[in-house]
Design a protein around this ligand. Structure first.
Ligand SMILES: *Cc1c(COP(=O)(O)O)cnc(C)c1O
Length: 404
């Protein structure tokens, strides 16, 4: 299989995550490059329709990246200064940052140390720490590609008037409680990322799915300067000619927005990749099953990630939990040792509440579940480029390293 060669790595280097680009993906992108429309063209709507159908939502809004998608989602739900957002500490920075950039104050929730997931109990405990015990929005994060109990989280959110944005950047292709992630069965909006390490690659890209056409229209305006060409929304008389028809050039702006658009090159790649979603998910599941069966008994200090109920995961990362202290090996030296053998690993994630910005703003918060998960987590290589031999090579190297 074709391999990428990252800086400093050999031809056989296995990164912790990587896209799989095939000839038809390249052809799809080339076709756009040969066309007259590189942005705001037909591929944008085609990708949105395909994503809506893949997730079961009525609409999908594509944008520049997953972080922009979270920002658009927060703004569409009127998250603004004075608002409170509950975010699990075990996530990428963007989940918290996007709400903070909407103006919300963040209350970090703890997670289950065996899964890294915020469950309803952690949400309830974070809610109790919010000013006046109320919050505007909560963001369950489907860490590694599996979800927590979204029904229980949705019930608690509804009882407390809290809106729900699912951060499904890891979980395209997953199902929870019998529904596709992105169908919004248990939330208001769902956010995806199509960064190359994620399951579907657009280079950079993100999207929000929704079942509310007005929210979708609002996000489409917000991703493109807040402009509208919908004459029924025009407020200025001089947007119309003497006969009352809208001028051919007229557009209006009622609320300033961003340029968060995804272009046709990105969307053509996304569309081509989306057609392979079930194959990519199946490959990842097979690799994960092989890891699970081989890692089960390499060391008493190695444990598998706990699986949640009611979820059929679509794995973005393969995380193994290692008790480094008991194994007598430092995580950093293990990572360097594996990298020297062509095996890329990573840690997902440093708890966000401990980042200097948040620690300074909110003081010391004790979130022992997040800390415990972080202490033991190590992401091993997982991508649709890999085969079962790659998994065996990684497990052999890890077993040898842990034996010392
Ligand atoms: C990747 C990721 C994001 C941000 O997506 P980008 O496309 O990189 O901006 C947000 N949340 C989580 C959980 C992610 O993994």
């Amino acid at each position: 299989m074709l391999r990428v060669t990252p800086k400093g790595g050999g031809a056989d280097f296995l990164p912790y995550g990587c896209q799989l680009i095939e000839e038809d993906d390249i052809a799809a992108v080339t076709a756009v490059l040969r066309s007259l429309t590189l942005t705001t063209g037909p591929a944008v709507g085609q990708f949105e329709a395909a994503l809506a159908s893949a997730t079961g939502a009525s609409e999908a809004v594509v944008c520049a990246n997953g972080t922009a998608a979270l920002h658009l989602a927060g703004r569409a739900l009127d998250i603004k200064p004075g608002a409170t957002a509950i975010v699990p500490t075990l996530t990428f920075l963007a989940t918290a940052n996007a709400m903070r950039l909407c103006g919300a104050e963040i209350v970090f929730a703890d997670v289950d140390p065996a899964t890294g997931l915020m469950e309803a109990t952690h949400f309830a405990e974070a809610l109790a720490r919010c000013p006046d015990q109320r919050a505007d929005v909560v963001l369950p994060v489907h860490l590694n590609g599996q979800t927590g109990d979204l029904e229980a989280i949705a019930r608690l959110a509804k009882r407390n008037g809290v809106k729900v944005i699912e951060d499904a950047c890891h979980a395209i292709g997953a199902q929870a409680h019998g529904a596709s992630v992105g169908a919004n069965r248990h939330c208001d909006l769902t956010v995806f990322s199509f960064h190359p390490v994620k399951t579907i690659a657009m280079g950079e890209g993100g999207a929000i799915t929704t079942n509310d056409p007005q929210i979708a229209a609002r996000m489409r305006r917000d991703r493109s300067h807040g402009m509208t060409r919908d004459a029924s929304a025009f407020a200025n008389p001089d947007s119309f000619d003497a006969s009352g028809a809208p001028n051919p050039w007229s557009y209006e702006m009622h609320e300033p927005g961003f340029n968060y658009r995804a272009n046709d090159i990105q969307c053509a790649l996304g569309l081509s990749q989306l057609k392979k979603l079930s194959r990519f998910v199946d490959i990842r599941r097979a690799l994960v099953a092989e890891y699970d069966s081989l890692l089960g008994d390499i060391s008493p200090h190695v444990r598998l990630l706990t699986r949640t109920r009611a979820c059929s995961p679509a794995w973005h990362l393969y995380v193994v939990r290692i008790d480094f202290a008991a194994a007598g090996v430092a995580r950093a030296s293990l990572m360097r040792h594996l990298a020297a053998q062509g095996i890329g690993t990573q840690v997902h994630y440093y708890p966000v509440h401990r980042q200097p910005y948040y620690a300074l703003r909110y003081g010391v918060t004790r979130l022992p579940g997040g800390d415990a998960y972080y202490e033991q987590a190590l992401s091993l290589p997982l991508s649709a480029r890999m085969d079962l031999d790659d998994v065996r090579r990684v497990v052999d190297a890890l077993a040898r390293a842990l034996r010392g």
